[in-house]
Design a protein around this ligand. Sequence first.
Ligand code: FMN
Length: 218
Amino acid sequence: MDSGDDMDALPQPRDDYTTGVLDEGSVPDDPIELLRHWLDAAVAAEVPEPTAATLATVDRDGRPDARVVLLRGSDERGVWWFTNRRSAKGEQLRANPVGAVVAYWPLLERQVRLRGPVEDLPDEESDAYFASRPLASRIGAWASEQSAPIADRAALEARVAEVEHRFPDGPRTRPPDWGGQLLRPGQVEFWQGRPARLHDRLRYVRSPRGWDLQRLQP
Ligand SMILES: Cc1cc2nc3c(=O)[nH]c(=O)nc-3n(C[C@H](O)[C@H](O)[C@H](O)COP(=O)(O)O)c2cc1C
């Protein structure tokens, strides 16, 4: 391989950010409300996977890990997603029940970051969501021991066939280890790209009175 100076450099398009603004005077008092606005805007802009976000967790040795999940809901408690609680992320959250979530919508020049404790979503909410999922997703949830190694693709498909045999009408109840995980944010930061790298950053910090708002330097 050549050893040119820039062999390892990634392309760096110098985009200027001109799409929106974030103004302390016009944002809602509640960051979850602003997050809803931004999710709605991402849906309206027809970006691919508008609710996709990276979830970071920490393992028992303090080593970070991260993966993409789909946010499935938000309310005054925080945001949640669904997963297998025996997966790597599940085990990490058992050891260290805190997480960080970051979503980025390039088309809208927006990033949002949330940090806080993570807990299981109440069972009845996980039950209701599982029951609403398409058949193939329900079968998949029963068939996959998420994050565990498996010999090959054929072995995975054999597990799917077993689930189909076991539940001829399709599984109605959720697998015991599958369910929602709720992040209750203590901090939520909104980032809006602005020209000349003078981006807007507003951080909400939970306080006994509600939420405090700070502007951060870009
Ligand atoms: C766009 C996208 C959406 C995903 N959504 C989910 C999800 O909602 N829940 C989930 O458990 N995994 C989801 N995944 C898979 C995870 O990124 C990851 O592979 C899986 O959860 C296992 O992670 P872990 O071994 O760290 O637990 C998604 C992946 C992508 C690329």
